[in-house]
Design a protein around this ligand. Structure first.
Ligand SMILES: [Zn+2]
Length: 361
């Protein structure tokens, strides 16, 4: 298949999204060029566009870090990966190979302000993102050593959200150290991360308290995602009590996974988690701080352990759960040109499950 010179991309420039053509990059040492077939839309991309981080993202930049595609060309030093291999391009797309989730320099999707979330035009920087193209052919560079290996037989559209959201919540659940049979509360349960978190938690043998707002999210959590209890924060008069009551002994969940995009739940979690329990912040509400009572925190021997994406091993494990058919979180397909519509829904907090860009649309 011929690789074109140009491709369509959704480029963040000056705080606005521009749908335009950019060059298709050529892979350098240790890099592969991936033809992205599907790309999940993560809330983080929207935060980047809005400048919600404590540092400015690159400008211009292209979002997208849940790309599922096929290797179409490769540079030198890329043994063990072949043209035609199915791979995933993730948030962390370039590492020093000494550390896996935090190293410098890391040309991943964000992390280090200087290197940033995919630069357009800087040929030495991985152009990263999965979000570029509209001609049925989207191409991005990826470090051969960090691409996810997508097992044969996987639905390429459905697997895209696993590459950021799935890995992230799976790692968060591991970080909570909840054991099979124990209870985990998932806050922001109806969104992209939350819906996957519910599925992973069930697959890992946990009981799930899903917390979110609105009846639609409750219906989806209980009927499709396997939650044991749904707590609607729009209706609850006392969230802390309601969450505790949802566990058999009334002591509260053993772990709390925070994937909410608003700061309030980050404060409540330490109040309803059980003694010796673990609160795992994952979502990134703008300007939020983690607040907890030191007195009760000490008496409850509370643990707050933040979790950030996952390693290559976590990736392989998360994909293995998916390949075994245990993860079936809902997603909707939409064309690359319609990205702005997804962002508009995110702005209103109305995204159910995950939107996935179909590059052939
Ligand atoms: Zn993401």
């Amino acid at each position: 298949m011929a690789i074109p010179e140009l491709q369509w991309a959704q480029v963040n420039e000056g705080g606005r999204l521009h749908f335009k053509q950019i060059p298709v990059p050529k892979p350098g040492k240790g890099e592969v060029l991936v033809n992205i077939l599907y790309s999940g839309v993560c809330h983080t991309d929207f935060h980047a566009l809005n400048g919600d981080w404590p540092f400015p993202p690159n400008d211009p930049l292209i979002g997208g870090h849940e790309g599922a595609g096929v290797v179409v060309s490769k540079g030198e030093l890329t043994e063990g990966i072949e043209i035609g291999d199915k791979v995933g391009v993730k948030w962390i797309n370039n590492i020093c190979l000494k550390e896996t989730t935090y190293c410098v320099p890391r040309r991943n999707s964000l992390a280090i302000p200087r290197t940033g979330h995919s630069s357009v035009g800087a040929s030495s920087v991985l152009s990263d993102p999965s979000l570029a193209n509209r001609m049925g052919t989207e191409y991005c560079l990826a470090q051969a050593a960090t691409v996810a290996r997508i097992p044969d037989g996987c639905n390429m559209a459905a697997v895209a959200p696993i590459l950021c959201a799935g890995i992230t919540v799976y790692k968060g659940l591991k970080t909570s150290e909840c054991k099979p049979g124990q209870t985990v509360a998932i806050v922001g349960a109806g969104g992209g991360l939350g819906s996957l978190a519910q599925q992973y938690a069930k697959a890992m043998g946990l009981r799930v308290i899903a917390i979110d707002g609105g009846e639609e999210k409750g219906k989806m959590s209980l009927e499709e995602l396997g939650a044991d209890t749904y707590i609607d924060f729009l209706k609850s008069k006392d969230i802390v009590n309601d969450v505790k009551k949802a566990t058999a002994d009334g002591l509260g969940p053993h772990g709390v996974i925070l994937v909410s995009t608003s700061p309030k739940p980050f404060e409540q979690a330490s109040e309803y988690v059980r003694p010796n329990g673990t609160v795992v912040p994952i979502g990134l509400p703008p300007d939020a701080n983690i607040k907890a009572s030191v007195f009760w925190g000490v008496l409850k021997m509370l643990r707050i352990k933040c979790s950030y994406v996952g390693t290559r091993r976590d990736t392989a494990e998360a994909l293995d759960f998916f390949a075994r058919g245990l993860i079936k979180a809902p997603y909707k397909l939409i064309g690359l040109g319609q990205l702005q519509e997804v962002y508009a829904l995110m702005e209103k907090g109305q995204v159910l499950g995950r939107y996935v860009l179909d590059m052939s649309k």
